[in-house]
Design a binder for this molecule. Structure first.
Ligand SMILES: [Zn+2]
Length: 462
């Protein structure tokens, strides 16, 4: 009843109610009992020896495998075809008996991958387009959502952030009145202030700096490219900006030059985080910045060599198994990302091993003729929320900035004037009056060159 009244209330009332609630209920219980349970566990388990964490992984793995065999038609078929029983998968090494699950397998077998008793786990239906712009749907258990939040909070704790401190966010949040004239380009949610990353021109970035100097956030979170755009602007205009305790980046690989300009301009250390919507793996930098600590409690990750990586020294494909998702278990899931590994140990003494570097697809910043700079991840969000749902028969898209006033849209799918008109209208709203042309491809490109945004002018403008 109270929950219903809250959800039907106007945003301002919701905000006031949320603030009061957060003042009364102490952390970690403020995010629910399940969150508190996970958070307390994670704060202890990070100091366990690696061997104990691996034992824990094997225990979780046996539970997930048994459940998948008994309740998930896709896995029952896979086991039967291979003459396997759940007892054959006792440890992580035994997982090699099962095939790798690709994103395409998930798309083609969505219903079969859903557990017969999935409702029991009160799951959330999620849609992602990742870094490629190609949609993927899946379910996440409500408990796993709490674990994700708790793992992120543990990472923020590594960044030196306490609950209640203010966080400024430069990610893909769409502010309600996007595209219309308005005075406000941010919205407040609890202790987080979300800034729009879809309209970052000089005027709006100047307002952002003023706002940051006024609110003095403890943490600034964002896509590396969005924070790079902001840092570059601050540096070029010789503005002064408030230094937070830390910068937190995720969703795109942070490049060395981006890390440098962001850390220099904001005068704060950068903590990178790697994860994905499908939630089979996540990893984050600690205070020593030696690489990303793999969160062993979250999922089991295999680093394997394939044709793609066979000639790349110390680089592996990341294959990961969720240890917590019962509604739609992903076992040996191909993340399509690569990891660079070395044997370095971290000085922090946590039992969580290090990934030296994640190698993901490097997409480009797109610059509108209206002066707006859009990061690759913001572009994927814009496409997902403002364009993809309105199109019919389009399987894949790629945005190529040919020059400063010319965008080429590459599509796989049916040629249609309606689709083209929708894309043209929305892109002009985002980027101004650009020339827009369409190319139709016969098939979806594959491999590491498959990027959603490509800029041919980046050398000139960056
Ligand atoms: Zn460490």
């Amino acid at each position: 009843m109270i929950r219903k009244i809250y959800h039907n209330s106007p945003p301002l009332i919701k905000q006031i109610a949320r603030n009061i609630y957060e003042k009364i209920v102490p952390f970690p219980y403020v995010y629910g009992i399940q969150f508190a349970k996970f958070y307390k566990f994670l704060m202890k388990s990070q100091w366990w020896p690696t061997e104990r964490l691996e034992e824990f992984q094997n225990e979780r793995l046996r539970i997930i495998v048994k459940h998948a065999y008994e309740n998930v038609p896709y896995y029952r078929r896979i086991f039967d075809e291979r003459g396997l029983k759940p007892e054959d998968i006792k440890t992580k090494e035994d997982l090699k008996l099962l095939p790798i699950l690709t994103k395409d397998d998930v798309r083609k077998n969505f219903n079969e991958l859903l557990a017969k008793n999935y409702r029991k786990f009160n799951p959330i239906l999620c849609h992602t387009s990742g870094s490629t712009g190609q949609p993927l749907s899946y379910y996440i258990d409500r408990d796993l959502a709490a674990l994700i939040r708790a793992t992120v909070w543990r990472h923020w704790q590594w960044c030196g952030i306490k609950h209640g401190e203010l966080i400024a966010v430069f990610r893909g949040t769409l502010i309600d009145e996007f595209g219309k004239k308005r005075r406000c380009y941010y919205k407040v949610e609890g202790n987080q202030i979300h800034f729009s990353t879809f309209e970052m021109d000089e005027k709006i970035m100047t307002k952002y700096i003023q706002k940051l100097n006024q609110i003095k956030p403890a943490l600034i979170r964002g896509y590396p490219a969005s924070l790079e755009i902001l840092a570059r602007f601050i540096k070029e205009k010789n503005l002064s900006v408030y230094s937070p305790k830390a910068i937190h980046t995720s969703s795109e690989v942070v490049l060395p030059y981006q890390r440098k300009i962001i850390e220099d301009v904001f005068g704060a250390p950068l903590f990178d985080w790697y994860g994905h919507g499908e939630s089979t793996i996540c990893a984050g930098e600690c205070e020593y910045h030696k690489g990303l600590h793999l969160n062993l409690e979250f999922g089991y990750t295999e680093f394997i060599k394939t044709k793609e990586t066979e000639n790349m020294k110390n680089v592996y494909n990341i294959i990961s198994t969720s240890l917590w998702n019962f509604s739609m278990p992903f076992i040996r899931y191909d993340t399509e990302d690569l990891a660079l590994l070395d044997n370095s140990k971290c000085l922090c003494r946590r039992g969580l091993p290090l990934i030296k570097k994640i190698i993901g697809r490097q997409a480009d910043i797109i610059v509108g003729i209206n002066g707006v700079w859009v990061s690759p991840s913001s572009f994927v969000h814009f496409w997902k929320y403002k364009i993809a749902d309105k199109l019919s028969g389009i399987l894949y898209a790629q945005i190529v900035q040919e020059n400063k006033d010319f965008i080429r849209v590459k599509l796989v799918g049916n040629k249609s004037k309606e689709n083209e008109n929708i894309i043209r209208e929305q892109l002009k709203m985002l980027l101004g009056n650009m020339k827009i042309e369409f190319d139709y491809l016969h098939k979806i490109p594959t491999g590491q060159k498959w990027r959603f945004t490509v800029s041919k002018i980046k050398e000139d403008v960056l």
